[in-house]
Design a protein around this ligand. Sequence first.
Ligand SMILES: Nc1ncnc2c1ncn2[C@@H]1O[C@H](COP(=O)(O)OP(=O)(O)O)[C@@H](O)[C@H]1O
Ligand SMILES: [Mg+2]
Length: 373
Amino acid sequence: MVLRETEATNFRSYSQIRLRFGQGKNILFGRNAQGKTNLLEAIYITCLSKSFRTNIDYEEVRFDAPGYTLTGLFVSNSGAQRVVTIHYSREQGKAVAIDRKRLDRVSALVGQFPVVAFTPEDYQITWGAPAERRRFLDILLSQLSASYLADLQDYSRVLRQRNRLLLESRQKGGAQITELEPWDANLIQCGARLMRARANYLGEFATTLQRVIQDRVRSIKALQVSYKPSFTIGDFEATAEDFEKALRATRKAEVERGMTLIGPHRDDLAFLVDGIDLRRYGSIGQHKAALMALRIAEYHFLKEKKTEDPILLCDDLASYLDSSHAGSILSLMEGLGQVFITTTVDNPREVYGRVLGDEARYFRIEAGTVTEV
Ligand SMILES: Nc1ncnc2c1ncn2[C@@H]1O[C@H](COP(=O)(O)OP(=O)(O)O)[C@@H](O)[C@H]1O
Ligand SMILES: [Mg+2]
């Protein structure tokens, strides 16, 4: 799938733009704060209904405007065209339509137009808190499986209710725990399914990741990713019984703390780079290489598993490359489909032209206007 056209109205720094993209590499260049990341964000939201930057939708609305509209014209691998429209206003919230037919739920968009964003904030995946790693995993798996996303939404809802009960019960001095039982059944079923999906997909993803390291990211030799659930699971995968047993064992602590202490919302991932724990011992160069590999592997994993080829968005790629060598970009980008790359280089055709070839397209971004050059 490729994004043929995009239109944005009152989105961030853009009052109104309409652009036609190439089906290969699209280079978006301009000085800082001109709107490069804003444009990538607009594309990402058109694919996924959510931003990679913020969970607060109204931040994306152009200052003083009532709401934004994003439209994307996509061409499927099969050649079929589809138009996605996202409309958001503070008063009415977000609405998503495909070919003008409004989706019942915004999240029904997820997975239909697969996308990967590689941004400077990605460092949080390997440096940051477990929540950042779960977010990485959840966005990938939600695009792969609608039932995963549904379980994730159900699980968070049940978890919120359950935590509210636990908190109330703590405030009342630990009484009324029987009220938890109906919630537990749901939590356990959804939770065990999420954990099994995470373990299974990660097992497969590890193979893609290692292939990407060998083929494209030569500064490290091996990158292993392993699943770290919040409680001990059976030999192969988490079962509902494992989760139930573990919940029972933490019940007393839950009541004391007033929250659910174990489950997929406490999962983590660990990365081993060339045999060492990346988070604790990795150099900055190893982190960068690992992140590059993760995003490129995410792209390939989606491509293998989906009927549509994903779109790759690379924000400020230069911050990940050890040198400004155009050649290192080439080894990363080779064989990928539609890619959007932002750069502050002011003569990108001279810098990247030879490497990216004739079909690359160049767009100058300046003060909220975009001009193809
Ligand atoms: N909601 C908004 N309304 C208007 N302008 C915005 C909004 N959000 C961000 N901006 C402006 O967008 C600019 C940053 O654009 P960005 O795409 O991040 O720049 P860059 O080209 O460096 O990637 C800033 O000048 C900021 O003021
Ligand atoms: Mg930027």
